[in-house]
Design a protein around this ligand. Structure first.
Ligand code: HEC
Length: 202
């Protein structure tokens, strides 16, 4: 009961430590110098760390104050606001996505879906969700060149009150009211819940 109070919320920041990320495409093809590439990676990580820690502290404060029902309201209203503020601050688009989404606004595009599927397959082969290297690629299409970066978000024990398999009926009702097409339940601790995703126009 109320195990969300006991477990610290881990948003997978360990995944960013000590790894430069996995380059997918041939970054040389875009004439980006190594220094520019490292700068893109550093900026992406900084934006994600700030986004993750802000979400985490607001979520925990709401949980402490009013339990999961109040925290759902906070996620619903505050998550998009925090997302916008940090995107503006870092001059790049930041968000969260998943193969099983709660808010349809967070649906993955094709590039994001491929990375999420890759995280899932590494996870299935035994890499723990909090040790998946972030992935990045310079994507060029008719809209120009963009630097894209994604980092997996592991499911911690504290997430299960709202994303697990055994969700209380009042939480279930609150979620159904706000998210009639919610797909983001049925997760277990250690699953990949989704990913932070960054796009930077170049
Ligand atoms: C109090 C309930 C609650 C808890 C606890 C909770 N979430 Fe969520 N989560 C939500 C809600 C509500 C949304 C939809 C937010 C929105 O509308 O943008 C959401 C959305 C997300 C998304 C965005 C993708 C999507 O499905 O729309 C991710 C990723 C996510 N949560 C991960 C986590 C992780 C990881 C944890 C544990 C550290 C966690 N959540 C804990 C309620 C919760």
């Amino acid at each position: 009961m109320k195990n969300w109070k006991l477990a610290p919320i881990a948003l997978g920041l360990a995944a960013f430590v000590g790894t430069s990320g996995y380059a997918l495409g041939d970054d040389d093809a875009t004439k980006m110098t190594d220094e520019e590439l490292q700068d893109q990676i550093a900026q992406s990580r900084a934006a994600i760390e700030q986004f993750a820690s802000t979400l985490q502290s607001e979520l925990m404060a709401a949980m402490e104050e009013g339990g999961p029902i109040q925290a759902i309201e906070v996620c619903n209203e505050r998550a998009p606001e925090i997302e916008q503020r940090i995107s503006a601050e870092f001059g790049r688009d930041i968000g969260r996505t998943s193969l099983k989404i709660r808010n349809p606004e967070n649906s993955p595009d094709e590039w994001e879906r491929i990375q999420l599927e890759h995280f899932e397959s590494l996870r299935a082969d035994g890499t723990p969700a909090d040790q998946l290297d972030p992935r990045h690629e310079v994507v060029e299409d008719e809209d120009g060149a963009r630097f894209r970066f994604m980092a997996a978000i592991p499911t911690g024990g504290a997430c299960l009150a709202c994303h697990g398999t055994d969700i209380s009926s009042d939480v279930k009702h609150a979620l159904e009211r706000l998210y009639p097409d919610d797909e983001a339940t049925g997760f277990s601790e250690g699953d990949v819940r989704g990913a932070f995703t960054i796009t930077h126009e170049m």
